[in-house]
Design a protein around this ligand. Structure first.
Ligand SMILES: [Zn+2]
Length: 479
């Protein structure tokens, strides 16, 4: 059963002021209704003035997504009443959006590059925010905060070209990377991205899941929907065309009772704003290096693998960090950033922004010189990250090594440990002598445990093989 997914992605543009007034968009740490004026409160008699920076940002996105930009673009009114929308309509775009017919390439589920078509990109204003006191399910009462009202959004609509929740996640990651490279979006800001997903099984009706507000949430909501729809089909039931809500905490989608959600928005051209001449504007924009180009350059310049390049350029801050430390040894740096550092950061729920690249480069240098083992390197890294997390100054890598006695000791110093392990594990030694290769690995594991990872594994292997060879004369049964 083929899965068909299309997304509508809303991203807040990272401008200093709102789309139609001069109120600051930096509201997240401030009290409710402190970033408001008559325009974004929708008071009668006020007039909107377009923030040209917001249009510029949206056009950068349109261009980066390979869209066609028409000569003129218009704002329109979408009429509906809701407490978070004080004007009684939202200023958005309808039949003359900023951009049409673009695409973004992502890695498909088969590992091959895949083109996802972009239907359109348009601008609109964010509504305010409702705070339900006593929980969203059964609030005692609701408060409204207009700080968010009028923050510029772009909506990016894709064609139904996605075939799995993982592809949807990769498209979102790709969009996030593109927008961050363009300097128009900050994906770390709470609520800066919201997604509506259309999902169906080929030959059946589709459901729309509204207002998913995290990257992980999109993958979870889609996975749940696919299971739900497939099981209905298997039982011979019909899939209703409906709007559903994703309950993030429970990981399920629930019906929003389709009929009540059907709106007639009575769109018409916004009479208070003139059409925008956008094509010449877009033509004049020079784009920076985008993720796909940076990936190709990093592979070429540093000789790193496609998998590493994909991971490293997938986020602007990670790509910058990698290039800051790449001079030590690009391939070693790629491995340690992509395979080790990101995992450790993820585990601690930290961003890469807090990690000092000069300290990390010192660690790479020690690894390159062979002064410490990989295992000791991980220990040093963990100490550094703990210091970052606590907000302390991060010690130099060599100081962490000497303080914790993590320096590599040459194999001969571990001869005692190897001899002990051989003496303590006669059965494994016997198995090895009888040609069971896995017994050797077992013995190495025992030696590693005894030496707490301070020895170089290759040296240990040689030492163990040598020791077993010597003892072989004694224990090897005569044939
Ligand atoms: Zn305002």
């Amino acid at each position: 059963m083929m899965v068909i997914i299309g997304l509508e992605v809303h991203c807040q543009l990272d401008t200093k002021t709102k789309l139609f007034c001069g109120c600051s968009t930096d509201y997240r740490d401030d009290g409710p209704n402190t970033h408001v004026c008559p325009v974004c409160l929708g008071l009668p008699g006020t007039l909107p003035v377009v923030n040209s920076r917001a249009v510029e940002y949206a056009l950068r996105v349109a261009k980066a997504l390979n869209c066609e930009v028409p000569e003129e673009s218009e704002f329109a009114r979408k009429n509906y009443f809701y407490p978070d929308l004080p004007k009684g309509f939202q200023i958005t775009q309808y039949d003359k959006p900023l951009a049409l017919k673009g695409y973004l390439d992502i890695e498909g589920d088969d590992g091959v590059e895949k083109r996802i078509r972009i239907t359109r990109v348009h601008m609109e204003e964010d509504p305010g925010r409702l705070v339900h006191v006593g929980g969203a399910d059964r609030p005692r009462y609701s408060l409204v905060d207009y700080n968010r009202s009028g923050v510029p959004l772009i909506e990016i609509v894709t064609e139904p070209d996605l075939r799995s929740p993982k592809e949807a996640r990769r498209l979102l990651n790709g969009l996030r990377a593109t927008l961050e490279y363009l300097g128009v979006f900050d994906g770390d800001k709470e609520g800066s991205l919201r997604v509506d997903a259309n999902i169906s099984i080929e030959g059946h009706e589709r459901a729309e899941v509204k207002n998913i507000s995290s990257y992980k949430g999109v993958e979870k909501a889609l996975t749940f929907e696919i299971t739900r729809q497939k099981s209905l089909i298997r039982r011979g039931q019909r899939i209703e065309r409906e709007t559903r809500h994703f309950q993030e905490a429970r990981g399920v989608t629930t019906s929003a009772r389709s009929k009540e959600q059907e709106h007639d928005y009575r769109y018409f051209r916004e009479p208070d704003l003139r059409p925008l001449r956008v094509r010449p504007w877009a033509d004049a924009i020079v784009l920076p290096e985008l993720p796909a180009a940076r990936r190709a350059r990093c592979m070429e310049q540093y000789g790193i693998s496609l998998a590493h390049a994909r991971t490293l350029v997938g986020e602007l801050r990670i790509a910058d960090f990698f290039e800051e430390v790449a001079s030590v040894d690009p391939v070693l740096a790629a491995t340690w950033v992509a395979d080790t550092l990101l995992g450790e950061l993820n585990y601690r729920d930290m961003g890469i922004g807090t990690v000092p690249s000069d300290r990390f480069a010192e660690l790479l240098a020690l690894l390159k010189q062979g002064a410490i083992t990989d295992k000791a390197g991980v220990e040093v890294l963990r100490t550094m990250l703990d210091q970052c997390k606590e907000g302390c100054a991060v010690d130099r890598a060599v100081d962490i090594v000497s303080r914790n006695n993590l320096g590599k000791t040459s194999g001969s110093a571990f001869e005692g440990a190897v001899r002990e392990v051989v003496a303590e594990n006669p059965q494994a030694v016997k198995d090895y002598m009888n040609g069971k290769g896995e017994a050797f690995n077992y013995l190495i594991g025992q030696v590693m445990r005894k030496t707490r990872g301070k020895a170089d594994p290759n040296e240990l292997r040689a030492l163990l093989a040598q020791t077993l060879g010597e003892s072989g004369g004694v224990t090897k049964p005569c044939t």
